[in-house]
Design a protein around this ligand. Sequence first.
Ligand SMILES: Nc1nc2c(ncn2[C@@H]2O[C@H](COP(=O)(O)OP(=O)(O)OP(=O)(O)O)[C@@H](O)[C@H]2O)c(=O)[nH]1
Ligand SMILES: [Mg+2]
Length: 218
Amino acid sequence: MSVHELPPLVGAEARPSVAARIGIGGPVGSGKTALIEALIPVLQKRGIDFAVVTNDLVTKEDAERLRRSGLIDPARVSAVEAGACPHTVIREDPTLNIAAGDDLEAKFPGLELILFESGGDNLASTFSLDLVDWWIFVIDVAGGDDIPRKKGPGVLKCDLLVVNKVDLAPHVGVALEPMLAEAQRVRAGKPVIATNARSGLGVDAIADAISSAVLFRA
Ligand SMILES: Nc1nc2c(ncn2[C@@H]2O[C@H](COP(=O)(O)OP(=O)(O)OP(=O)(O)O)[C@@H](O)[C@H]2O)c(=O)[nH]1
Ligand SMILES: [Mg+2]
């Protein structure tokens, strides 16, 4: 077979694009969309040209919420309906998400960054590196301080672990510092950031992490 007859590359290597693609996964209701809502003005202030792809089971709820928010040009938000199994479309067969990202890049040629929010899933959900270059896993304090200890693949394998809803710690009987220390321990030094997506606490640190990991900005 000559080089001209080789089958086309799939996934990341096939992308003609330049936009970095990052994933945001985590259990149902941990605050993934809230985090995106908090990140949008921070990324805009930094002059980053970005778009968002959301995933829901059988609706476009999160995309509609972002489009209505007034925070972002609605054309920059795409929705994937994941069907029964949210992790399938971010891991086993990310074709729909890759296509949604490609469409956004075609529409916005200067795009630097695409955020892919997974549908809420369990602690085992992870992203295919055919889809994303780097990914965040969002857990929340109200889910219980034993979540890091359970060492789910999402918690262990993500590039950045976000522990959200820190404001709720006193209300749900969670000792925040030991929870964060345990998260750091199980991740063997990979980063952990504590956030309150409603107040914006920790969101600048996430933007810094994204910038240095995939945009090669200080
Ligand atoms: N107190 C508090 N509430 C939060 C925080 N972040 C999110 N919430 C609330 O938690 C609920 C779920 O937030 P979402 O952003 O919809 O969570 P999600 O992970 O996108 O949910 P799915 O996409 O359905 O999995 C909403 O009522 C948010 O207002 C936080 O930091 N503190
Ligand atoms: Mg959401």
